[in-house]
Design a protein around this ligand. Structure first.
Ligand SMILES: Cc1cc2nc3c(=O)[nH]c(=O)nc-3n(C[C@H](O)[C@H](O)[C@H](O)COP(=O)(O)OP(=O)(O)OC[C@H]3O[C@@H](n4cnc5c(N)ncnc54)[C@H](O)[C@@H]3O)c2cc1C
Ligand code: FES
Length: 271
């Protein structure tokens, strides 16, 4: 059966590994062999409990990872599952980050600004550039968290911080801890040497809508043209394939045209 035939049908998949990132965020590695692209998401479900869109935060030959924050019905159900349990998936769906066609290239720099669990949808992109230094000039990452206990991917962030082609700033909103700077991500955007990039860069912003909105404004304030900015926009979804209208903002179907949007379009979607 082709993917088109069963695009709406959740299929059972085995959970291979569960990593406790924080108290409220776990990463679930799930057996999965369909191809996916940077920033896409799947619909995860448990029968009789619920279904929700979750970004793919990691990929391997026959698995994908999802970093999930426990917030409601479905995610609470998922947190009760164990390694070896079955979870239902459909997808992947959505417009990806334009990594190969836009971001990559030895002359290009990429600036990634993330807030909280927003680091999850860009993790595959970060790990790809980590493994392919020849594809990028410099990757600047500003990743913000509420406090040190809520910081994701501690070992990976440490590796990124050590990489010669990465420049990282990790922030905590209003506490201090080793390895972190104090303040919102917006307070650190001015440290990025945008003027030195010429035309050769892009900015990817992902996190809660107010964080994306103010981060984009801060970038614009520092001379970044709108066309250089991309955001990933989360919206309540039901079908994820453009049929139910649940995700619609004005005439835009976030599930089909997003979740990744170019800022000139995204700025019309912020509430
Ligand atoms: C493209 C996309 C990618 C995403 N990627 C991720 C990801 O990688 N990781 C991740 O953790 N999340 C991700 N999300 C968000 C995730 O889909 C939502 O958090 C989802 O709602 C979780 O489903 P749930 O059933 O657990 O929570 P829900 O039960 O839907 O609850 C969600 C929120 O709504 C509140 N709520 C629920 N019912 C009510 C009510 N009646 N009145 C008021 N408030 C209510 C809850 O308290 C909670 O804060 C993504 C969303 C999108 C659109
Ligand atoms: S979620 Fe149904 S149309 Fe987008």
């Amino acid at each position: 059966m082709s993917q088109t035939d069963n695009i709406m049908r959740p299929e059972p998949h085995r959970i291979l590994k569960i990593t406790h990132e924080t108290q409220a965020e776990f990463t679930f590695r799930v057996e999965f062999s369909r191809p996916s692209r940077f920033g896409q998401f799947c619909m995860l479900s448990i029968p009789k409990v619920g279904e929700a869109p979750i970004s793919i935060s990691g990929t391997g030959e026959d698995w994908v990872e999802f970093t999930i924050r426990k917030v409601g019905r479905l995610t609470e159900g998922v947190f009760e599952l164990r390694e070896g349990s079955t979870i239902f998936l459909r997808g992947p769906y959505g417009k990806p980050w334009p990594v190969e066609e836009t971001f990559a290239g030895a002359e290009q720099s990429l600036v990634v600004i993330s807030g909280g669990t927003g680091l999850a949808p860009v993790r595959t992109t970060l790990n790809w550039f980590y493994a392919h230094p020849e594809q990028i000039r410099t990757l600047y990452l500003i990743a913000g968290f509420k406090d040190a206990g809520g910081a994701l991917y501690n070992e990976e962030r440490e590796r990124w911080a050590q990489a010669e082609h990465f420049r990282t700033v990790y922030t905590l909103d209003d506490t201090e801890a080793p390895g972190f700077e104090k303040g919102m991500v917006t307070a650190h955007i001015g440290k990025i040497p945008f003027a030195s990039f010429g035309e050769n860069y892009h900015v990817a912003i992902v996190g809660p809508p107010p964080m994306m909105h103010f981060s984009a404004l801060e970038c614009l304030k520092h001379g970044v043209p709108e066309e250089k900015i991309w955001v990933s926009y989360e919206r309540k979804m039901q079908c994820a394939v453009g049929k139910c209208g649940h995700c619609k903002i004005n005439e835009t179907y976030v599930c089909l045209e997003g979740p990744v949007f170019h800022y000139p379009k995204a700025k019309t979607l912020f509430d």
